[in-house]
Design a binder for this molecule. Structure first.
Ligand code: FPP
Length: 237
């Protein structure tokens, strides 16, 4: 196992549709298997005692997909949360979301609120799902909060990076140390643009439904070999 583990892993779970197509299956089957793999990764990360995991489950842009696919993803999400609540509590997993969940169906919103509430004391790991999430939207939201606040108090002081970060959806979490994207796409797709400033990036051609604990180990092995200099030179570290 990798010697130096990240404290926060962020994943772009990509390739469900292509995986299904390559097997002559409907796209929706790719998402169904995708949820199983997401669960395997949550378990693996929990066992490694890595305290934060953020999964890109539904982007702001995903609303543009066919209604049937959007409905399936919402249904999978709701079932996932309802059936895993007890497991999360038992394993000390605190559940949180980032993104504009007010756009989600009401029943999914209430399942999310319930899951956040009943898992709030989890101490082992924080599982964060990015839902209806877009990083630019999050950043503009933070700017608007600051504008509102400064006009409320009637002065226009400069704000620091730390103050800005506190206005993002991720205010309660550290920045990711490692980003994994599956399916051979080399983009960030509007995911955590502010938070990934110094994150190590790991891309694999494996489609998400084929991702596995071994693949995760490979990513962690690669991560442990990287030298994170944060702008300094090797000798200063
Ligand atoms: C990308 O594959 C995947 C998504 C848009 C959805 C990811 C969601 C899940 C795996 C399920 C939700 C997870 C939980 C934990 C409930 P794609 O459809 O873009 O694949 P393609 O690029 O091959 O078409």
């Amino acid at each position: 196992m990798a010697s130096q583990l990240p404290q926060h892993i962020a994943i772009i779970m990509d390739g469900n549709g292509r995986w299904a197509k390559s097997k002559g299956l409907p796209r929706l089957e790719g998402h169904r298997v995708g949820v199983e793999i997401a669960e395997e990764m949550i378990t693996a990360v929990h066992e490694l005692q890595i305290p934060f995991l953020t999964l890109y489950a539904f982007s702001e842009e995903n609303w543009n997909r066919p209604t049937e696919e959007v409905d399936t993803l919402m249904g999978l999400l709701e079932i996932f949360l309802k059936t895993r609540q007890e497991k999360m509590i038992n394993k000390g997993i605190r559940f949180r979301t980032i993104g504009d969940i007010s756009k989600l169906p009401a029943s999914v919103q209430s399942t999310i609120a319930e899951t956040v509430s009943i898992t709030k004391d989890g101490q082992q790991m924080t599982l964060i799902l990015a839902l209806s999430y877009g990083s630019r939207d999050e950043i503009v939201g933070a700017v608007n909060k600051i504008v509102q606040r400064t006009s409320d108090v009637g002065h226009r002081g400069e704000i620091t990076e730390q103050e800005f970060a506190k206005c993002l959806d991720t205010a309660d979490f550290p920045d990711p140390d490692l980003l994994i994207r599956t399916s051979g796409e080399y983009r960030l797709s509007n995911y955590l643009l502010w938070q990934l400033a110094y994150t190590e990036l790991y891309f694999t051609k494996t489609m998400w439904p084929d991702f596995s604990a071994q693949e995760l180990s490979k990513a962690l092995e690669e991560y442990s070999k990287r030298e994170r200099r944060f702008g300094k030179i090797s000798e200063q570290l």
